[in-house]
Design a protein around this ligand. Structure first.
Ligand code: EPU
Length: 428
């Protein structure tokens, strides 16, 4: 096990390249199951979740070749192998194996997913969708069993706007008989990306990116080649750390529309931002303004940037309020920020930040992926050295992190945990 060390206080300058979107990649790889011939996915981020999903495809009889940022999937020999345990539990997005395997084989057994602990994360809307399409769904000993004689298109109204349920129902419906309509669908760019891949395979999907998606089922899907959209959350994280410590930083390979809510908030704080076609240039200002922010479904401010944004707000003079309306327990980074000297109070779904004090380097722990990103931002801003354990969480979502940070002039490196530190992490 390793820890990430950051010597804070160095100003950042230069260009950082954004990788392909994690939350697209983790859906596109299972989506390849639905094809009857080779699927090639380009611009994959180098993150651990991608490797785990490729291994899962191999477990069910697929062949995969990983070359740089390209994954080729040969789905011809895949079969409905039950996956009640093992790798499937390592990441939450393995729930996409349910929709994809149900869509292809009309059955699947998938262990209930793991992933970041952000409080209760039910999958009732996914299941409601599968059942509406005609599947029998049972939960036995921590695994979901899905079975259908045939899948028949249906009208499904999501009671909660859910990215995962929207994508999972699309996956299950593209090869169903007849028309499926998903109402109150999520509109995140990753949903459009998945619909684009499926359409290139021959699926008939209209309305992805709006709140009503219509899918006319087809009998067969062919292979295709697809390039993943840039990761708006990785881009946003670099924009936030550029706002915190950037003299002048160019965030390259970003779709500016996808980070519009963040751009608006950073400008409100007084950060200077110029927006190009696929680049965002950021120059920070002294004396940033405190602002309030509320996370919302897309195109609102993303919950996935709430944690790193909170770190930035500790540097703004005055009180800022951050409210997370998507998850009720996404505040595990706050205790760690307090260890670094931050003055933050949590009340219900809101965090009240009294900013303006310089953070101090400390030993902290990343409890989930974006908590890790928050601690990286905090470590770059702090006086002295910050040591972050729980790095495996960060590696789930940030490709080549130290390389990218050090390329901007940061000082970050990894060290092996001492035995005592490893024991402490195991017990926490
Ligand atoms: N929800 C339900 N029932 C469901 C599904 C969701 O009540 O059946 C609730 C959730 O508990 C949550 C809200 O609906 O309160 C939204 O959840 P959603 O289903 O949209 O989240 P998700 O699909 O599980 C994806 C991203 C998350 C991101 C959320 C929200 C992936 C693999 N994960 O999760 O990303 O926070 O959408 O945008 O796409 C991350 O990247 O760090 C991350 C956690």
């Amino acid at each position: 096990m390793e820890k990430l060390l950051i010597e804070g206080g160095h100003y950042l300058e230069g260009t950082v390249q954004v990788s392909g979107a994690k939350n697209s990649a983790v859906a596109l790889i299972p989506a390849a199951i639905l094809a009857d011939s080779t699927v090639t996915i380009d611009n994959l981020p180098t993150i651990s979740d991608v490797g785990i999903l490729a291994e899962l495809l191999e477990e069910i009889g697929g062949r995969t070749e990983h070359d740089g940022d390209t994954l080729t999937v040969h789905p011809e020999d895949m079969f409905a192998m039950p996956l009640p345990n093992g790798r499937v539990k390592k990441l939450r997005a393995s729930y996409y194996m349910m929709g994809a395997m149900l869509g292809k084989f009309k059955k699947a057994v998938i262990g209930l997913p793991g992933g970041c602990n952000l409080g209760p994360r039910p999958i009732d809307q996914h299941i409601k969708g599968f059942e509406a399409l005609g599947a029998k769904v049972t939960n036995e000993q921590g695994a979901i069993y899905l079975q259908a004689d045939e899948l028949i298109g249906a009208r499904i109204y999501l009671d909660v706007v859910s990215v995962g349920a929207t994508i999972n129902i699309m996956l299950a419906a593209v090869r169903a008989k007849g028309r499926t309509i998903i109402e109150n669908a999520a509109k995140e760019p990753e949903i459009i990306d998945v619909a684009t891949l499926l359409s290139s395979m021959g699926a008939n999907i209209k309305g992805a990116g709006t709140n009503v998606i219509r899918i006319d089922g087809v009998d067969k899907l062919d292979g295709c080649r697809h390039s993943i959209i840039p990761d708006r959350i990785e881009a946003g994280t670099y924009m936030i750390l550029a706002a915190a410590m950037g003299k002048s930083v160019l965030v390259d390979n970003v779709i500016p529309d996808h980070v519009e809510s963040l751009i608006a908030k950073l400008r409100e704080m007084g950060v200077m931002i110029e927006v190009g076609d696929d680049q965002v240039f950021i120059r920070t200002q002294q004396n940033l303004n405190a602002v309030d922010v509320k996370t919302l479904v897309y195109p609102g401010f993303p919950t996935d940037l709430q944690q790193p944004f909170t770190s930035l707000l500790t540097s703004a003079e005055g009180s800022s309020m951050v409210t997370d309306t998507i998850y009720n327990a996404r505040f595990k980074h706050i205790d760690e920020l307090r260890r670094m000297g931050a003055n933050i109070k949590v009340e219900g779904r809101s965090a009240l930040i009294n900013g303006g004090n310089r953070l101090q380097g400390a030993k902290v722990r990343a409890s989930d992926l974006r908590a890790g990103a928050a601690l990286v931002v905090a470590g770059l801003m702090a006086n002295g050295i910050t040591e972050i354990t729980g790095v495996d969480h960060i590696d789930r979502g940030y490709a080549n992190l130290e390389e990218k940070l050090n390329g901007l002039g940061a000082k970050t490196w990894r060290e092996k945990l001492t035995e005592a530190e490893a024991e402490e992490v195991e017990n926490s």
